[in-house]
Design a protein around this ligand. Structure first.
Ligand SMILES: [Zn+2]
Length: 323
C-alpha cells in the first residue's frame, strides 16, 4: 500500500524543496540576509506555501500517466502492478541523485535498501526539508554562502549558567544558541562544562583569519584548516568551536561527551576523522555545526554520521526537483 503513495510523496517533496530553494534564492537576492528561523517565512510574490502545494498534489488523484491503485477496483486482480512501477521509478530517481551527489557506492546501496523498506526515509527527508534552509545548506570549499551573507538573528553568547565562553562578543543565530544552552544543560547534569571558543565569523573577519593563516603557515596548510572568505561554515552563525580548538579536545571529558551526545541536540561534527578527502578539511574534533534535530537524525540514520555526504545528497535532491 505504501508504495502506491511513493510518486505522490516524491512530488510533494519536490514541490516543497523547490519552494524552499525559491525562498533561499529569493531572500538572498533581496538583501543578502534572511531570518529563516521564522517558521512561516515570507514567500516570494506568487509562490505557494509548501503545505498548500503539497495538499494540492495529494488531492490530485487523476494523474493520467500512472493509474492510482488506491482507487482501483480491488475485486479484480490489477493488470499492472503500478505500485511496483512507481517504486522502481522512485528507486531510479534516488539512485541517480545519490550518484550525482558523489555518495560512495556502498553507502548509496544502503540508502536505497532503507528507502525501499518503507516510507521512513521519505518522511525523514521531508522533515529535514521543512526546516530552515540554512540548516541544510552545503557550505564547503566548492560551495560558498550567498554573497556577503550575514544572518539577522545573531545573539551574543554568555549570560547562561549552562556553558562558558572563552571571550566576550561571541555570536550565534538564536536557534543555535538555544540548542547550545539545551545541550550544555544536559552536559552539566553529568558534571561536564562545555566552553564555546569561537562561533560566528563575518565575511570580513574571515578575510583576516584566512590571511593570517596563509602568512603563518603558507597557502596549502591554511587551506587544510581554514576557509576562504564566503566559504566558512562559521559565517552561517550556526557553528561553534569548542574548548581548546586543537586535537587535545577529543580526549577531554567534554570532547568525548560531545562525540556521544551532540547529535541528540541537533549538533553535527563537520569534519570527522579520516574524511579530509571528502570534506576538504583535516579532522576538527571541536567544530560542530547546528543542523537541527531532524537533520542530525537524518545524517546519522542514512549517511553514517557524515554531515558532508548528507548535505551533498540534499543539495542534489533540491537541484533535481521537477525533473
Ligand atoms: Zn571551526
Amino acid at each position: 500500500m505504501y508504495s502506491s503513495i511513493f510518486s505522490k510523496k516524491i512530488s510533494v517533496l519536490l514541490v516543497i524543496s523547490s519552494v524552499s530553494t525559491l525562498l533561499l534564492s529569493g531572500a538572498c537576492s533581496k538583501s543578502g540576509s534572511i531570518n529563516t528561523l521564522n517558521p512561516q517565512p515570507a514567500l516570494p510574490v506568487g509562490a505557494q506555501r509548501p503545505e498548500v502545494a503539497a495538499a494540492a498534489l495529494i488531492n490530485d488523484m487523476s494523474n493520467p500517466k500512472i493509474p492510482d491503485t488506491t482507487i482501483a477496483d480491488t475485486s479484480e486482480p490489477e493488470p499492472l502492478n503500478t505500485g511496483a512501477v512507481e517504486e522502481a521509478a522512485f528507486t531510479e530517481t534516488l539512485d541517480r541523485i545519490l550518484k550525482r551527489a558523489g555518495i560512495p557506492e556502498d553507502m548509496s546501496r544502503r540508502v536505497l535498501i532503507k528507502a525501499a523498506a518503507g516510507p521512513s526515509f521519505i518522511l525523514d527527508l521531508l522533515a529535514v526539508m521543512e526546516g530552515d534552509p540554512y540548516l541544510r545548506l552545503l557550505v564547503d570549499k566548492q560551495h560558498p554562502l550567498p554573497d556577503r551573507y550575514a544572518p539577522d538573528d545573531l545573539v551574543e553568547l554568555g549570560g547562561r549558567a549552562s556553558y562558558q565562553v572563552n571571550r566576550s562578543g561571541l555570536l550565534l543565530r538564536r536557534a543555535a544558541e538555544e540548542a547550545l544552552e539545551e545541550m550544555a544543560t544536559a552536559a552539566k547534569a553529568e558534571g561536564i562544562t562545555l566552553t564555546a571558543s569561537s562561533a560566528y565569523r563575518s565575511y570580513d573577519y574571515q578575510i583576516e583569519v584566512y590571511a593570517r593563516n596563509v602568512r603563518q603557515m603558507g597557502q596549502a596548510a591554511a587551506d587544510r584548516e581554514s576557509a576562504r572568505p564566503g566559504y566558512s561554515q562559521h559565517q552561517t552563525g550556526l557553528v561553534v568551536d569548542f574548548g581548546s580548538i586543537d586535537d587535545s579536545f577529543a580526549e577531554t571529558r567534554a570532547g568525548r561527551w560531545m562525540t556521544a551526545n551532540a547529535g541528540r541536540f541537533g549538533w553535527s561534527l563537520s569534519f570527522p576523522y579520516g574524511y579530509e578527502a571528502v570534506t576538504g578539511y583535516r579532522w576538527e574534533s571541536w567544530h560542530y555545526r547546528y543542523v537541527g534535530r531532524e537533520l542530525s537524525f537524518f545524517i546519522g540514520a542514512y549517511f553514517d554520521d557524515i554531515q558532508q555526504y548528507a548535505l551533498q545528497f540534499i543539495r542534489e535532491w533540491e537541484r533535481s526537483n521537477g525533473q
